[in-house]
Design a protein around this ligand. Structure first.
Ligand code: HSE
Length: 320
């Protein structure tokens, strides 16, 4: 029987919450929505061509060498010696830049994953990590897998080493939900990284390591009390909170509404709360949203379980 070849594939890559308070650059999780979509199809003209970009307000370049999804896909094709293959790519952005939702990581992951799928999946998801990383790094100039890792693999991903790309996927506690709120302002990751100190006091390093270890143990043991006691960031949050209006008011509102913990999602301005159960997450999301709305500042609330799958195929067209 002839194997059906894939002619066209549409993939969805989810938003991610990086750092998760105490895991700066080394911990992240995926949520169900929002996320970016990328469509790739075979074409006659050799090389990778970005034919359409939607939802980016004209901000993204169509030159694949300058586009996160394009860079990731090209890096993969170069690795496989297939740069002459004719491929058209469409990018559909569903989340804003500088949102703290892992927008560039989602595009990079979607670009690499879609092309890999189109050519018959020569690499596993985990093997795509360096190519997706190259795509994201082309956007923010930094090398951290805490968005790309969970976007690609799903679940909660811990990165032992960003240099070696040594990552471990943790099973999410069944009833762990996230409330993620994006206020309508932009924070560039580059700027949010520049305001962080190069050195930190030993006392802060010790606190952060304790909390990170506690959070990982709490996740593995499904111990919501330990998770709650561990969601503290003494390094980035105190410096970055000033980029987010009414940050501490939103934090107090989230905790009062029952959140296990609250902090900045990635480099911000989105914030997140971890909660036990969907109902609690809805209540907490509402409480955070009210704080921003009162400023007034428009905002979007996303309530999600921890997405266990990461990037996936939405639709495929095959031919004999
Ligand atoms: N870990 C990164 C940071 C995430 O906090 O700068 C950026 O998306």
């Amino acid at each position: 029987m002839l194997k059906e070849a894939i002619q066209e594939v549409r993939v969805f890559a989810p938003a991610t919450v990086a750092n998760v308070a105490c895991g700066y650059d080394v911990l992240g999780f995926a949520i169900d929505a929002p996320g970016d979509e990328v469509v790739v199809r075979h074409c006659q003209k050799p090389g990778l061509h970005i034919t359409a970009i939607t939802g980016d307000e004209g901000k993204l370049p169509k030159n694949p060498e300058k586009n996160t999804a394009g860079v990731a896909a090209l890096d993969l094709l170069r690795h496989l010696g297939m740069t002459d293959l004719g491929i058209e790519m469409e990018i559909h952005k569903k989340m804003p830049f500088g949102s703290g939702l892992g927008s560039s990581a989602a595009s990079a992951v979607a670009g690499a994953y879609a092309v890999n799928r189109l050519i018959g999946e020569p690499l596993s998801k985990k093997q795509l990590l360096p190519f997706a990383m190259a795509g994201e790094a082309s956007a923010d100039g930094a090398w951290h897998a805490d968005n790309v890792g969970p976007c690609l693999l799903g679940g909660i991903v811990f990165i032992r080493s960003n240099d070696e790309l040594d990552v471990a996927q943790l099973p999410a506690p069944k009833n762990l939900w996230a409330a993620v709120v994006h206020p309508d302002i932009e924070v560039l990751t580059k700027v949010a990284r520049e305001i962080l100190p190069k050195d930190i006091p030993l006392v802060n390093a010790t606190q952060q390591i304790g909390n990170l270890g506690g959070l990982l143990c709490g996740i593995i043991q499904e111990d919501y009390g330990l998770i709650s006691r561990s969601i503290h960031d003494v390094i980035a949050e105190p410096r970055r909170q000033k980029l987010i209006p009414e940050f501490y008011k939103a934090k107090r509102a989230a905790l009062a509404a029952g959140a296990l913990g609250f902090s900045i999602s990635g480099a911000g301005p989105s914030v997140f709360a971890l909660c036990e159960g969907e109902e609690s997450a809805k209540k907490v999301g509402d409480a955070i949203s009210k704080v921003f709305s009162a400023i007034p500042l428009g905002n979007q609330v996303y309530i999600s379980r921890i997405n266990p799958h990461g990037v996936h195929v939405v639709e495929e067209k095959k031919s004999k």
